[in-house]
Design a protein around this ligand. Structure first.
Ligand SMILES: C[S@@+](CC[C@H](N)C(=O)[O-])C[C@H]1O[C@@H](n2cnc3c(N)ncnc32)[C@H](O)[C@@H]1O
Length: 233
């Protein structure tokens, strides 16, 4: 099952989620960039998975990276293309209307840094999720970096809609915009990527933030992985 780009287009119109209206890069991306530290110099190619209006693509392009930014919501991609043009970053940002559960338009093992801030959690259903992971593994260079951030099952906004914390899959629908989310535990995400990735750093952010105009205690994780040389059996 796939989330619906029309619902996302409406969400960008109303701006209820922080990522729908913020221009500053996600704290998780800045954190990961600092963790990567001196090894940044060797990184050339990035993908921004479910880039939205591209606040993180713009950040990476400002650092000198070439970014393939993919999102299936056309008005978000148009906003990124416009922002890239205004900043003179268009030569470094390829912003594409693209469903990230379809094969990615990048060469095999060409990507040094893949980032996903709050997209993976909206991909519902095993086939779509597995396709995302296969695309990621195919795209990443050996020892390439992968950052994922997501609101966890303990999040004060999304968690209130989970009828039963033991419900399989942890899927909820946000009543404010009709968009589905999977509420993961940190361990479930680590386990899901375990075969092909080593976890190298993690951060939990736990504190008040605004969602749909109200304050909630938000709980989000950022996990920074490196692509393994050999997949675990
Ligand atoms: C919460 S927003 C985050 C946007 C951006 N990463 C940020 O942090 O500003 C999630 C984004 O994922 C996109 N998305 C969800 N499922 C997708 C899919 N299957 N393919 C491409 N984009 C998808 C939505 O259109 C939306 O822009």
């Amino acid at each position: 099952m796939k989330s619906n780009p029309q619902r996302w287009a409406a969400e960008y119109g109303q701006g209820g989620l922080p990522s729908s209206h913020r221009h500053t890069p996600s704290g998780a991306v800045v954190w990961a960039w600092e963790k990567i530290g001196t090894q940044q110099a060797a990184m050339k190619q990035a993908v921004d998975i479910g880039c939205g209006k591209g606040r993180n693509s713009l950040f990476l392009a400002r650092q000198g990276m070439h970014v393939t930014a993919m999102d299936f919501t056309p008005n978000a991609i148009a906003a990124l293309q416009h922002a890239a043009e205004v900043e003179g970053l268009s030569p470094r940002i390829r912003a594409l209307v693209y469903d990230v559960t379809e094969g990615w338009p990048v060469a095999e093992h060409s990507i040094d840094f893949a980032i996903d801030t709050f997209c993976f959690k909206h991909i519902v259903g095993n086939d779509a999720r597995d396709s995302y992971r296969d695309n990621l593994i195919r795209a990443l260079a050996v020892r390439g970096w992968y950052l994922i951030s997501f609101a966890s099952i303990g999040d004060g906004y999304y968690g209130q809609y989970l009828p039963d914390a033991s419900a399989p899959e942890g899927v909820i629908v946000d009543p404010a915009n009709g968009i589905e989310s999977v509420l993961y535990t940190r361990d479930r995400v680590v386990q899901y990527f375990h075969n092909a990735f080593d976890l190298v750093a993690e951060r939990i952010k736990d504190g008040p933030d605004v969602q749909h105009g109200k304050m909630y205690n938000r709980q989000t994780y950022a996990l920074l992985f490196r692509h393994r040389v050999n997949e675990r059996p």
